[in-house]
Design a protein around this ligand. Structure first.
Ligand SMILES: [Zn+2]
Length: 405
């Protein structure tokens, strides 16, 4: 699955512009030093001045929905239209089809430099409700040497508890859900927490994905886990409504999230696409209060979310695109945005730090770009990826402008 162990990455460009050598042992970066002049030896990777960064993380994916646009065309609508289109199409898909598309998408993530992904897996109200969960468990096994894949089961509100338990029995790692779409959102939050507590696992819910400042299921979740913590990490994804709160209300909500240790995943691409379609002027952005949450000490990661599915016909599985959107929509600095799509994502996934730092896991992305700013601006098409000290992916893009000097 991955190449031979690499003992060093030689001549990589650090964030400060200097050239460095990284020594690697047992999948860990054990030394970072100024680049030596000697040529690379056998077993060493010549970075040739490429920029070396911490690996990307996709903390919010839907491998089961992905890559259907070429089959059924784009859906131009909001969340409910996208879900309806998916519910029409999903019954035509079997377990092998979920595996095929899931694997194809993981390949795109890895080639872009993403070595950790959390996907949601839907339960279908049908005779075979767990085929997506089973398929993604197979994908997790197939890609385990190259990518850390976590699966959050995503039950609709009418899926009985025993089916959610069956999904966890089948191999899902966390309890998800979308309580803001329930008739009684608070009761649905409590139900999902009870299942996670009974199973000793973490949670990652679709939270408050609507332009309604009164929709605060994430806060209810946070208060519950602050009072009695869960065994695993707890994440609220989207949190669109937090982006509509006045300062005092945001302070209160963010304080609850911080106290509960609940991380937030902002999904700028999908929420820019879905939200505000009925407001042709002064259209709200739909992106959560990223800056405010950070200022209150909440861990905020950036997610790419949907990739060419019925919810969003676009998406490129590239954490650099998500970083760029966080700069443009949430006004993060480029460095803050890259941290949101790398280090912060690993924290939310409960993974140890990775990147070109002594003591970190030797998952690295090498980019053909002079600076982080150039990379986030879309200038890094050639990329190499190191996974636990082994070469995992190489992409070289050639360009020949035959009509220009
Ligand atoms: Zn989602």
């Amino acid at each position: 699955m991955t190449g031979d162990p690499i003992s060093a990455v030689r001549g990589a460009r650090g964030m400060d512009g200097s050239l460095v050598d990284l020594r690697i042992a047992d999948g860990i970066v054990v030394d970072v030093a100024a680049a030596s002049a000697r040529p690379p030896a056998a077993g060493e990777l010549d970075a040739a001045g490429m920029l070396v960064l911490a690996p990307g993380v996709e903390p919010h994916a839907h491998l089961d929905k992905a890559l259907v646009v070429d089959d059924i065309g784009p859906v131009y609508g909001g969340l409910l239209q996208g879900i309806a289109a998916w519910q029409r199409h999903a019954p035509t898909l079997d377990e092998d089809d979920f595996v095929r598309r899931g694997l194809a998408l993981v390949r795109r993530y890895l080639a872009n430099g993403v070595t950790a992904v959390r996907t949601h897996a839907e339960i279908f109200p049908s005779a075979d409700p767990l085929r997506s969960v089973r398929a993604l468990v197979r994908v997790r096994q197939l890609v385990r040497d190259a990518v850390d894949l976590q699966i959050a089961v995503l039950p609709k509100n009418d899926i009985p508890d025993e089916v959610v338990h069956a999904a966890l029995d089948a191999g899902a790692d966390l309890v998800g859900g979308s309580p803001h779409t329930a008739a009684d959102p608070a009761a649905e939050v409590d139900r999902l927490i009870a299942i996670a507590r009974a199973r000793g696992v973490g949670m990652d819910i679709h939270a408050d994905e609507r332009l309604d400042p009164a929709s605060l299921t994430a806060v209810r979740l946070a208060r519950a886990v602050a009072a009695e913590p869960l065994a695993g990490t707890v994440t609220a994804s989207h949190c669109v409504s937090l982006g509509l709160l006045e300062a005092a209300a945001l302070t209160e909500a963010a304080g609850a999230l911080r106290a509960g240790g609940v991380g937030v995943v902002a999904c700028p691409a999908t929420n820019l696409y879905l939200q505000g379609r009925d407001r042709p002027v002064a259209t709200p952005r739909g992106v959560t209060a990223v800056r405010g949450l950070l200022e209150h000490g909440v861990v905020v990661a950036g997610g790419g979310d949907n990739v060419r599915d019925t919810i969003n016909p676009l998406g490129d599985a590239d954490h650099l695109t998500t970083a760029a959107l966080l700069v443009m929509t949430a006004h993060l600095t480029i460095e803050e945005a890259y941290a949101a799509v790398s280090d912060a994502g690993r924290r939310l996934l409960g993974l140890p730090p990775a990147g070109p730092v002594m003591g970190a896991v030797a998952d690295l992305v090498l980019l053909d770009a002079p600076t982080l700013a150039a990379a986030v601006a879309g200038g890094a098409r050639s990329r190499s990826v190191v996974r636990r000290g082994r070469l995992a992916s190489v992409r070289r893009v050639d360009e020949e402008l035959v009509s220009l000097p």
